[in-house]
Design a protein around this ligand. Structure first.
Ligand code: AMP
Length: 375
């Protein structure tokens, strides 16, 4: 296994908060960082040694990043395929481009998972108006229509609940002029996720499963330990290992899952990078997801992921920031504030998060409620 020793330079494609937190963890270990990101003074640019200010799709800039880096990673999955292949041919990109290609497109992602016999919500590919009608007949109502590419935080996604909304779905599909899927609506009892790291020797380590609460399709809270049975925890971890091994993952992958009312686990989505629902690990696990990602891509042994404390992570969106700052002196001594250095606090933009540590998740829910920041 190729080992990238501390002191080497890690190049990060993308300059957002995930890159920022990767670079903070890596700096502690003695690595240097360079990031490629079009927005100057980006969250990662502020913590890296250097930022190349250029578009992600600019090949010359990608080459400059590759030349200055001993290893390259990315902090988002929508990396231009041409750029990914330039990076792969001129530099060391242990995560490879195959996983990127699969996870960039829901059709490829879900079909690949099915080929590994990983349970996913029943779905159909939509390429014509008739496909929509056929999907309704076979999957029933309600259903979720999703663009195959480019969706995040509920964007590019529509829930259709009644017959009368089907014509709207057809109009939306026509206007978007994109490949889409229709998925059966899953009345889940919980959403959860498992973050797993794997290195090129095939060693892997899961982080403790997380229970996630979304508001308006955006992650609001991650609760650990998740309120699931020991058997469900084992099943979720086993699924994560199966997925990471089947996809030959190197680095970190976040796996979002639904726990159905019948207790079945379905995989919803994969993210081939550190994941928002893994931020709890920064303060509550022996090794954070960011350190683990670096260990995995640099060929170091994977760190212990033992949970050290019950924890709830709460996201700070643009609309929450001023309240958080107003109440910063009232935060309990066991709350850890993380802000990402973004200039403008736009509605629904992820500005930071707080990790609340305590004796139980019930106590933490009460503590968070009393702060009255997220009402
Ligand atoms: P996604 O972009 O696929 O991660 O979906 C965003 C959110 O929409 C999920 O976290 C769920 O809360 C909800 N969602 C997505 N797909 C479904 C589904 N098939 N059934 C019910 N809820 C869904």
């Amino acid at each position: 296994m190729k080992v990238i020793k501390p002191g080497s330079t890690i190049g990060i494609l993308g300059g957002g908060q995930l890159g920022r937190m990767i670079s903070i963890a890596g700096r502690n270990m003695g690595y240097r960082f360079i990031t490629l990101e079009p927005t100057p003074d980006s969250p990662c640019g502020q913590t890296a040694d250097r930022q190349i200010v250029a578009s992600y799709s600019e090949l010359e800039a990608a080459k400059e990043l590759a030349n200055a880096s001993d290893v390259i990673t990315y902090e988002f999955e929508n990396v231009n395929a041409d750029v990914a292949s330039v990076l792969e041919t001129t530099s060391f990109v242990p995560q490879g481009s195959r996983l990127l290609k699969i996870t960039q497109n829901r059709i490829r992602e879900k079909s690949t998972l099915q080929s590994y016999e990983v349970p996913v919500a029943p779905f159909m590919i939509i390429q014509s108006e008739n496909d929509i009608r056929r999907a309704v007949e076979s999957l029933g109502l309600p259903f979720v229509m999703k663009t195959a590419e480019g969706g995040y935080d509920g964007k590019g996604q529509w829930v259709i609940r009644s017959e009368s909304e089907i014509s709207d779905a057809i109009e939306t599909w026509k206007k978007a002029d994109m490949d889409m899927i229709i998925e059966k609506f899953i009345p889940f009892s919980k959403e959860m996720s498992v973050i797993i790291a794997r290195n090129s020797l095939g060693d892997s380590k899961t982080f403790p499963p997380v229970e996630n609460v979304h508001i308006n399709n955006i992650l609001h809270q991650s609760i650990v330990p998740a309120g699931i049975t020991a058997q469900q925890k084992r099943e979720a971890e086993a699924l994560a290992i199966k997925i990471a091994d089947s996809l030959q993952v190197v680095g970190l992958i976040g796996i979002e899952m639904f726990l159905t009312n019948e207790g079945e686990i379905l995989v919803n989505e994969l993210a081939p990078r550190p994941h928002n629902s893994g931020h709890y690990s920064m303060d509550a696990c022996m090794t954070s997801q960011f350190e683990q990602h670096i260990r995995a891509i640099c060929g170091l042994p994977l760190g212990d992921t033992t949970l050290l404390s019950p924890i709830i992570m709460v996201n700070i969106l643009g609309q929450h920031l001023s309240k958080v700052l107003d109440k910063v002196e009232q935060l309990p001594p066991t709350a850890k504030l993380h802000l990402y250095g973004k200039k403008e606090a736009k509605e629904n933009r992820k500005m930071g998060h707080i990790n609340f540590l305590g004796t139980s998740t019930e106590q933490l829910l009460q503590q968070i409620k009393e702060l009255q920041i997220w009402d």
